[in-house]
Design a protein around this ligand. Structure first.
Ligand SMILES: *[C@@H]1O[C@H](CO)[C@@H](O)[C@H](O)[C@H]1NC(C)=O
Ligand SMILES: *[C@@H]1O[C@H](CO)[C@@H](O)[C@H](O)[C@H]1NC(C)=O
Ligand SMILES: *[C@@H]1O[C@H](CO)[C@@H](O)[C@H](O)[C@H]1NC(C)=O
Ligand SMILES: *[C@@H]1O[C@H](CO)[C@@H](O)[C@H](O)[C@H]1NC(C)=O
Ligand SMILES: *[C@@H]1O[C@H](CO)[C@@H](O)[C@H](O)[C@H]1NC(C)=O
Length: 952
């Protein structure tokens, strides 16, 4: 009995776990069906668990898919009716995928929870299905810039929660639907703030019922359609309106006199219609910034007094509106005025700008009027165009009598206190002067309040707002660049936008879809002067192939089920669940770090900068070091501690974990890893991976069994280094260093060659370690690098110390010291005496073995050929020559060591025998190669009073 109850509880528990662990089957099936009709979907869309495996662009809540955001990834195909299966979906954004075509399926109406349907700038066609009216939760409906045809479905009026309705830039026809008691209409959308219907072929009258005092509409954009009839006077009831664009239609009749009820309107466009009657009376619309009433058929009228009373006016555009008489001088003193365009009117008299004109004034265009005189002022820099006025008719040569050349000095984001880089092929120098592949597109502002497109201040405010938005949404954006502001043929302000990645030089899909969504769903709110906008994104073609073969867990689960042991299944599921939970947590963590783009699950060989280096999760390193336990500690230094660990594949590694104070900036850390990852040589310690996670910086190296050369020379390891072995070690170390100088790309100066940084593996192969102080040889500085002097006392090149100019020859100097150390087993500085001076003081080249017997390491004294010792010392002393130019290069050093080996009877190309087990046993006293102090940056300046290093 109890057993049965327990069992059923267990089964229930398993079911709960299974639901929590795996994507809902229906959701997976629907998503898979959608995917099957798509091309170019994200490459990590494999397996059967979009939620657990975190498919790019898919967001889940528990096991349910709640959001699909795939902007700008060049997705292709159609949106199939399978979308209806995603019953918990709240957000669908497929914007900026021009190759997404076909109709919007009527089944979209079944996605009941949908609150954002955003399909901006795709290739969808066919009618907008009426079923869209069933999406009661819908708040954002953006179908703009597609090829939709047919009329606006009246059922949209059913969407009481709708906040944003953008149907602009399609091929919609028919009338604007309003409710009639049986059928709904747009007049019912009392919570909608935005009607954006511009650039369609809507026809018929603007229904008076559309407008009433319960509307909360702020943007009414009906421009560029074929609307006819009068502007209904009911528009005066919609008193929240801020932007009204009715231009480029076929509207006729008089403008309703109550238009000036709309005192919140800032941008008013009535241009390019067939409006008649008297010029609209805009008195009292004191927030108006931009007014365009050009090209209508208003009655001839004197310039109205409200011209000079609109205190916020920046731009007054009244071409061909029948106004006459002189321009009041007071107009120009409106303090924000930038542009006055009154072409093709009957303005006469004298043009007088007055003495207190707006300091923002840019252009006054009065072509084809009847102006007879102009009172010039000294130092007046506003552009005046009076072509076609009597003042210019007698062949006037004044500058205002000729049309200005189109100016090319439009705004472009300047570099941020840096010199732009010269970039290769498709990369672009960012405002922070880094070469990268930007995400680009065009920002289109449908009704900006200003007309001065050269004012850097205003564009800088847009840039900073963009950055704040990207940063606050955890998007890896380094900087943004704006350029080429123009009023385009639709009379919108268009502006090219480039978004630059931080960390790597390209974006991954998650970043692109995130940035795309920020702009497509209006998360980004531009500064108010810019008004309503739409972004036209381009597909981003620069994703690197980031292989990610996460295996499906289905097999495991089926296997367990077949096995039939409930407990086993429970354990597997619990494990899967735990891993998934952790993976989810990790995903969240990834958002903020500069390495978010690095694939942490496979070797990041696909990322060019990181050949064969793996990104480890903190959790993994924590596990393999037994929570960084003392028993796994194998050394420590100023930078932190070193731990031993065994990776899942059995490889032994040494993990250097930086402590708080010694951490570098993310970028420096990345530079270091990139440097280390490029280095692959038998005589150089290789980096296995790194961890940049949980605020940690760790480097994971191959574990080198026999520790430092220093420990072996001093006898601490118990490894006996005879002359033959020492020559081999010198040879190996020289080859490693030569590789860094001559073969690494870019070349690397080690800067800290010393016996502590030469490690010995089980075969006593020498491996150069620790690039913490390494310096890349930049192209621009080929030959030497000027740096703050760093290194270790005794090994430090005096020339480098004096001139601070680091060259490869500085490493050669240190290597010479190392050779002397190998020979004598003395520290570079002992009892205040430098090893070079010690050797020189006893050396006598006329004697056998240069009379060095007394100073040689007793451990090698026997069995050395005198000639080889002499050659060795000669080489060492050439390496420590005072002038770098007198020192040999590392390749010469390698050759000379090979000659020496041959004299000593050793084949330089033969492998040395493995060390005996006694050697390895001797290595268990806690000392370890990775324990030196100079992990990342150690300023080991030479003591000023020390004369020890002077070669003579
Ligand atoms: C509008 O919504 C109501 C329920 O709120 C529903 O009964 C009706 O069918 C909907 N009309 C359309 C055209 O979708
Ligand atoms: C406006 O709202 C009020 C109160 O909700 C309602 O009584 C009135 O009928 C509404 N008017 C229109 C035109 O919808
Ligand atoms: C314009 O409107 C204002 C205020 O509504 C009124 O005082 C003024 O007389 C009107 N002007 C004309 C020319 O109708
Ligand atoms: C300007 O034009 C108006 C109306 O056409 C006319 O009454 C006035 O006399 C003209 N003024 C000048 C200086 O020509
Ligand atoms: C540029 O714009 C800012 C903010 O709109 C304004 O304060 C400033 O005066 C403008 N500068 C010029 C030269 O027009």
């Amino acid at each position: 009995m109890i057993w049965r109850v327990l069992l059923s509880l267990l089964v229930a528990f398993i079911q709960v776990l299974a639901i929590a662990a795996l994507t809902n089957t229906n959701d997976f099936t629907s998503l898979k069906a959608l995917k099957d009709t798509w091309g170019n979907y994200p490459p990590n869309w494999i397996g059967s668990d979009p939620c657990g495996d975190v498919w790019d662009g898919i967001t889940c809540k528990n096991d349910r898919v709640v959001s699909i955001t795939l902007a700008s990834i060049d997705l292709s195909g159609q949106l199939s009716s399978d979308i209806a299966g995603l019953t918990e979906l709240q957000t669908l954004d497929l914007s900026y995928n021009k190759r997404m075509t076909g109709p919007l399926p009527p089944q979209i109406g079944n996605v009941n929870k949908l609150s954002s349907l955003i399909l901006v700038g795709c290739g969808f066609f066919g009618p907008i299905p009426g079923s869209i009216g069933s999406l009661q939760q819908l708040r954002y409906l953006s179908l703009n810039s597609n090829n939709f045809i047919g009329s606006i479905p009246p059922s949209i009026g059913n969407l009481t929660n709708l906040y944003w309705l953008d149907l602009a830039d399609n091929k919609l026809t028919g009338t604007i639907p309003v409710s009639d008691g049986t059928s709904p209409g747009l007049d019912m959308l009392v919570n909608t703030k935005h009607f954006h219907f511009g650039k369609n072929q809507l026809s018929g009258v603007i229904p008076p019922q559309l407008f009433h005092s319960n509307l909360t509409l702020i943007h009414l954009l009906l421009e560029n359609n074929q609307l006819t009839g009068r502007i209904p006077s009911t528009i005066g009831l919609v008193d929240k309106l801020e932007v009204v664009r009715l231009d480029r239609n076929l509207l006729s009749g008089p403008v309703p006199p109550n238009l000036n009820n709309l005192v919140s309107v800032q941008e008013l466009y009535l241009s390019n219609n067939a409006l008649t009657g008297s010029l609209p009376n805009l008195t009292g619309m004191n927030l108006l910034n931009y007014v365009d009433m050009s090209n209508n058929s208003f009655d001839a009228t004197d310039i109205p007094p409200w011209f000079s009373s609109l205190m916020s006016l920046t731009s007054l555009i009244m071409e061909n509106t029948g106004i006459q008489g002189p321009i009041p001088v007071s107009l120009f003193s409106l303090f924000q005025l930038q542009t006055v365009t009154l072409k093709n009117n009957r303005i006469n008299g004298t043009l007088n700008i007055g003495s207190t004109y707006s300091n923002q004034l840019q252009i006054i265009d009065l072509q084809n009027n009847f102006i007879e005189a102009f009172t010039q002022r000294a130092g007046f820099s506003v552009q005046i165009i009076l072509v076609g006025n009597p003042i210019c008719n007698e062949g006037g040569t004044e500058s205002y009598c000729s049309l200005p050349q189109p100016s090319s000095n439009s705004y472009s984001t300047p570099p941020q206190n840096c010199v732009p880089s010269t970039c290769s092929s498709e990369t672009v120098s960012s405002p922070t002067c880094k070469c990268a592949y930007p995400y680009s597109g065009t920002l289109v502002f449908r009704a900006p309040s200003f007309s001065n497109f050269r004012n850097a201040t205003i564009f800088a405010s847009l840039e900073s707002k963009l950055m704040v938005t990207f940063r606050s949404n955890s998007l890896p954006v380094d900087s943004v660049s704006l350029s080429n502001p123009t009023r385009n043929t639709d009379n919108y302000l268009s502006l090219d936008l480039q978004v630059f990645p931080s960390g790597l030089d390209f974006f991954n899909r998650t970043a692109i879809t995130g940035i795309g969504f920020t702009l497509s769903n209006q998360t980004f709110k531009p500064p108010p002067e810019f008004g309503p906008f739409v972004f036209e994104g381009r597909s981003y073609p620069h994703f690197q192939v980031m292989g990610s073969n996460k295996s499906s867990n289905t097999g495991v689960i089926i296997g367990a089920a077949v096995g039939g042991t409930v407990l086993f299944l429970l354990l597997v599921l619990a494990g899967v669940y735990a891993i998934r939970q952790r993976r989810r947590a990790d995903t969240a963590d990834r958002m903020n770090d500069p390495f978010a783009l690095w694939d942490t699950n496979t070797t990041s060989g696909s990322v060019p900068q990181l050949k064969g280096v793996k990104a480890f999760k903190f959790e993994e390193l924590k596990r393999i070091t037994n929570n960084f336990s003392e028993t796994n500690g194998i050394g420590s230094g100023g930078y932190g501690r070193v731990y031993r660990g065994t990776l899942a594949n059995g490889q032994l590694v040494a993990i250097k974990r930086a402590v708080q104070g010694s951490m570098q900036g993310g970028l420096e850390f990345k530079t270091e890893i990139e440097l280390l990852s490029r280095v692959h040589h038998k005589n150089v310690v290789s980096l296995v991976g790194f961890c940049f996670d949980h605020g940690e910086q760790m480097l994971v190296y191959e574990f080198i069994a026999n520790g430092t050369l220093s420990d072996s020379i001093s006898g601490k390891t118990g490894i006996r280094l005879d002359w033959m072995r020492r020559l081999r070690i010198a040879h190996g170390a020289a080859k490693g260093l030569q590789y860094l100088h001559d073969e690494a790309d870019p070349p690397i100066i080690h800067r800290d060659i010393k016996s502590n940084n030469i490690l010995l593996d089980e075969r006593l192969t020498a491996k150069v370690a620790d690039f913490g102080l390494s310096k890349l040889m930049g192209d621009s500085e080929r030959g030497h690098v000027t740096t703050q002097v760093k290194g270790t006392m005794g090994y430090l090149d005096p020339e480098y110390y004096m001139t601070q100019q680091l060259t490869e020859k500085s490493d050669v100097y240190s290597f010479g010291i190392l050779l002397l150390e190998l020979l004598t087993a003395r520290l570079p500085i002992e009892n205040g005496k430098h090893i070079v001076r010690e050797v020189r003081s006893v050396m006598d080249t006329s004697k056998n073995m240069y009379n060095l017997q007394g100073i040689l390491d007793p451990a090698v004294a026997s069995g050395m050929s005198a000639k080889s010792v002499e050659m060795f010392v000669d080489l060492a002393l050439r390496c420590v020559q005072e002038l770098g130019s007198n020192r040999p290069s590392m390749s010469e050093v390698v050759k000379e060591i090979e000659n020496t080996m041959e004299i000593a009877g050793i084949n330089p190309n033969a492998e040395s025998a493995p060390t005996s087990s006694t050697y390895e046993d001797a290595n268990k006293d806690g000392k370890h190669p990775y324990s030196n102090e100079n992990m990342f940056a150690y300023s080991g300046a030479y003591p000023a009073d020390s004369k020890g290093f002077e070669p003579k």
